[in-house]
Ligand binder design. Structure first.
Ligand SMILES: NC(=O)c1ccc[n+]([C@@H]2O[C@H](COP(=O)([O-])OP(=O)(O)OC[C@H]3O[C@@H](n4cnc5c(N)ncnc54)[C@H](O)[C@@H]3O)[C@@H](O)[C@H]2O)c1
Length: 259
């Protein structure tokens, strides 16, 4: 039996570590060929080395917030693999996030990567998919987009930190506009909104006390691992999701339950 993504070519942004790396691993296991697009060269090369035995994988250094770099990423992918079927827009400022900076400059910086970068990569990828009459784009929001009121016992969701959630809420909206525009060309655009996921970045940026409070507030009462998200990315990239577009799937163990 073949994989669910046999022969598909996928760009996965931010696949140098964490959730993106888990997506890359699962996509290779499902038969996809993967381009790791990460701004961090060491992490990108390490991902290719770690996963090279599972299938065809390559790395192109990409800054998703730079229009020329986003375009070059797509061009390099087409040159290396001959086409492009799937774009996983996973990269964001997360592991080096500053929860305390409430300046306009910081909001602009985080928006440039998380939101504009998602838009730029979609803009770069769309022409290849339009020409094929088929494509899959999967954006990455966050459960943080749904935590408007925060948690009164902690200052973690204080004034300084809501720049990140609003970029992620913007991605939920962007997903709908992209889906509406690109559907006529056979391109679906969906979104995954993970709850707090146990990546290196989370361990670094989220206080353990907050993690415990969040975990006990979920229905499942357990912590989410990057591998728990990969099946949803495969589904959105596959033909099983042919008629599904503009949707955001919150995977957080039962916390936000927005729909
Ligand atoms: N870990 C969580 O708890 C969690 C929860 C909800 C949503 N998310 C989202 O999931 C995604 C991955 O999370 P993670 O924990 O693996 O994060 P991470 O910080 O470990 O990984 C992000 C990757 O993106 C890369 N990156 C950053 N800026 C970039 C840019 N300008 N261009 C290209 N690559 C860039 C980084 O080098 C890194 O490899 C992010 O979009 C994050 O916001 C994470």
């Amino acid at each position: 039996m073949g994989g669910r993504l046999d022969g598909q070519v996928a760009i996965i942004t931010g696949a140098g570590q964490g959730i993106g790396l888990a997506y890359a691993e699962r996509f290779l296991d499902e038969g996809a060929r993967v381009m790791v697009a990460d701004v961090n060269e060491d992490r990108g090369n390490a991902a290719v080395e770690a996963l090279g035995g599972r299938g065809e994988i390559a790395f192109v250094r990409t800054d998703i917030s730079d229009p020329a770099s986003a375009d070059a990423c797509v061009a390099a992918t087409v040159e290396r693999f001959g086409t492009l079927d799937v774009l996983i827009n996973n990269a964001a400022i997360y592991h080096d996030i500053d929860h305390t900076d409430a300046s306009l400059e910081y909001l602009q910086k985080i928006t440039a990567v998380n939101q504009h970068g998602t838009w730029l990569m979609g803009r770069a990828a769309a022409p290849v998919m339009v020409a094929k009459g088929r494509g899959r784009i999967v954006n990455q929001a966050s459960g943080a987009a749904y935590s408007y009121s925060g948690f009164p016992t902690m200052d973690f969701h204080g004034l300084g930190n809501y720049s990140y959630p609003i970029t992620k809420w913007g991605i939920v909206g962007l997903t709908k506009f992209m889906a509406a525009q690109l559907g006529q060309y056979g391109i679906t655009v969906n979104c995954i909104a993970p709850g707090i996921t146990m990546t290196e970045a989370t361990v670094k940026t989220v206080p353990e006390e907050f993690l415990s409070i969040m975990t006990s507030a979920t229905a499942l009462k357990s912590r989410l691992e990057p591998e728990d998200l990969a099946g949803a990315a495969v589904f959105f990239a596959s033909d099983d999701a042919r008629f599904c577009t503009g949707q955001t799937l919150v995977i957080d163990g039962g916390l936000a339950m927005p729909a």
